[in-house]
Design a binder for this molecule. Structure first.
Ligand code: AMP
Ligand code: MG
Length: 324
């Protein structure tokens, strides 16, 4: 059961839990967040477990100051202007990931971009205290509404986390607005707690709305990493030249002939597999193998989200073959 502490008494306990790799619920100005160390893959995997999220979406990384933000994202002039004007606050900027940034690939769902936000209040103090960015989606189970009070978070997630920090009702009450610089312009990826008009007035450009042009196959959405190699799922044997994404102690037949092998979790643990998933997929893709064979991964726990992403990555890429 979660302990509920007020924001002025929770900092040390919260920091201790975060540094030990546990997600906790924290107040922000938008909604309560389910926060974990964004540099620790298993801590981020636990966010998905606690939420019961059936798929991996990229998460927002929260920072406490511009130095931390600059170590993670490449700011173009327009994004920097918006950060200077609206941070800390309910605005998230999607930026190219800086080389060497210590953000775990599971936070980015394998993408080369990162969604960054600087919150106010307790969460900002906590980030400064631990000296690490925090990944934090809304503190609610998948499919339920975002928690905007400690009581609401407790009713939903209290049995699954150790600490809820009570900062009172959240002032904004909806998620952050997400924008991304595109060339000279800006795209609104999600409307939220900062009005689009305010952003437009500050930036001096109109916000583009709607998705980018063209049909997108499953797994090819702008916010989804898709490998260049073809994916062959539930493989019980490996063909010569294929790369192998393995899971658990038992190997597919002819695994010795694989071009490269990565094992998501030799002991068959779904949380460890989730933490390794995007980096290993990328490593196998980088070998240039035309096909990545994937051993069966049980659907229990985080296996559901792993299988969801595998199916998207395996879906046909050409427009004709793409299902809606
Ligand atoms: P949540 O963490 O629940 O507030 O949701 C985060 C939102 O940010 C989702 O809608 C994501 O799709 C979006 N997002 C996070 N990172 C990226 C990114 N790198 N590119 C595009 N969208 C992103
Ligand atoms: Mg949410």
């Amino acid at each position: 059961m979660a302990v509920i502490l007020t924001a002025d008494e929770a900092l040390e306990k919260a920091a201790e839990l975060i540094l030990a790799g546990n997600p906790i619920a924290v107040p922000t100005e938008t909604v309560y967040g389910l926060a974990a160390d964004a540099t620790n893959g298993e801590a981020v995997a636990r966010i998905y477990e606690v939420k019961g999220r059936p798929r991996f979406n990229p998460l927002i990384a929260h920072v406490s100051d511009m130095d931390m933000a600059d170590a993670i994202g490449e700011f173009d002039p327009l994004s920097r202007l918006l950060a200077e004007k609206f941070w800390p606050g309910p605005l998230t900027l999607v930026l190219p990931l800086k080389a060497g940034a210590r953000i775990h690939p599971l936070v980015r769902a394998g993408l080369d971009t990162i969604a960054l936000r600087m919150p106010t209040g307790f969460t900002s103090c906590l980030i400064a205290r631990v000296g690490r960015p925090l990944a934090a989606p809304s503190a609610n189970s998948s499919g339920r509404i975002s928690g905007t009070s400690a009581v609401a978070v407790d009713a939903d997630l209290g049995a699954r986390i150790a600490l809820i920090v009570d900062g009172g009702p959240t002032p904004v009450g909806v998620e952050s607005t997400i924008v991304k610089a595109e060339g000279e312009g800006l795209r609104l990826l999600r409307p939220g707690g900062l009005a689009a008009e305010e952003i437009e007035a500050a930036a001096g450009v109109r916000l583009e709305r709607g998705k980018t042009a063209g049909l997108e196959a499953p797994g090819m959405m702008a916010s989804h990493y898709a490998p260049g190699a073809k994916m062959r799922l539930n493989a019980s044997a490996v063909s010569p030249g294929e790369a192998l994404l393995a899971f658990g102690p038992a190997r597919a037949k002819d695994a010795e002939g694989a071009k490269a092998v990565r094992n998501l979790s030799p002991k068959g643990d779904a949380r460890e597999a989730a933490a390794n998933f995007f980096s290993m997929l990328r490593e196998l893709d980088a070998t240039g193998a035309a096909v990545i064979a994937v051993e069966p991964i049980p659907a229990a726990g985080l296996g559901e989200a792993i299988n969801d992403r595998l199916r998207r990555a395996a879906a046909p890429r050409d427009i004709e073959g793409a299902s809606a």
